[in-house]
Design a protein around this ligand. Structure first.
Ligand code: SAM
Length: 220
């Protein structure tokens, strides 16, 4: 795949250069890596990283801009992120190549973060064969597009552009069913605080500042 990391400008989502770029090295993600609360942050607790006795393998079925995948990999999980939108995947691939060109991030990530372009519902349809089965995840993580905010709380420009590109993920309930059927011990769904769960039988929820993580534990 050709990536703009071979050139000097990052791949941009949106009409003008820099509208939405994936930058794991600088800016918000660099700040979050250093000061985001480590394993005590809500995302880490939701996937069970804070109490894990063994390294966790997380299949991030909705990689998007790669932020959650990146945070989890920096905290020690091995993450396989899946993104179906070609333009978004291309920006993710570029962002990862740029991160791996940074010596500190390369050492920190240590081969624990990768992305694939595919529809996760297809990948999850067979728990015995295929890329996800080979990856052997302990946790499946889902963060499908959130319902649009009310007009009074207009989303930031980058999120508006992102929504225009990927749409609303109308099949998110089917994705959750596929994840639950796959047979891992934990499925986590990120939701906006104001919205209800995607489906019933939530085992417990972890509250973040503006989001909530609904955790579905397999019955043992
Ligand atoms: C809200 S974004 C995820 C943001 C991400 N958690 C982050 O930290 O940047 C949702 C993304 O999931 C992708 N997506 C939704 N359903 C998918 C599916 N079934 N397979 C693969 N990608 C999917 C969308 O294309 C979109 O890019």
């Amino acid at each position: 795949m050709t990536s703009s990391s071979e050139h000097d400008k990052p791949v941009s989502l949106g009409a003008s250069a820099g509208d939405v770029v994936i930058d794991f090295v600088n800016g918000k993600l660099d700040y979050r890596r250093k000061f985001g609360g480590g394993k005590n942050q809500a995302l880490s607790k939701a996937v069970g990283l804070h109490k894990a006795k063994q390294p966790l393998r997380v299949f991030d079925a909705t990689a998007g801009l790669g932020r959650d995948s990146f945070v989890l990999a920096c905290l020690g999980a091995t993450v396989l992120g899946c993104e179906r939108h070609p333009q978004v995947f291309s920006a993710l691939h570029d962002g990862l190549q740029r991160a791996l060109a940074d010596a500190e991030l390369q050492e920190l990530l240590d081969g624990r973060l990768s992305f694939i372009k595919c529809d996760a519902i297809e990948l999850l349809s067979d728990s015995t064969r295929g890329l996800v089965a080979e990856f052997r995840p302990n946790v499946i993580y889902l963060d499908p597009m959130h319902p649009p905010q009310k007009k009074t709380a207009l989303a930031k420009k980058d999120m508006r552009i992102f929504r225009e590109i990927v749409g609303s993920d109308a099949d998110q309930c089917a994705l959750l069913e596929a994840a639950l059927d796959f047979g891992v011990s934990r499925v986590v769904v990120k939701r906006p605080s104001h919205a209800g769960p995607l489906r019933d039988a939530v085992s417990h929820s972890i509250k973040g500042k503006t989001t909530r993580f609904d955790v579905y534990m397999a019955q043992s």
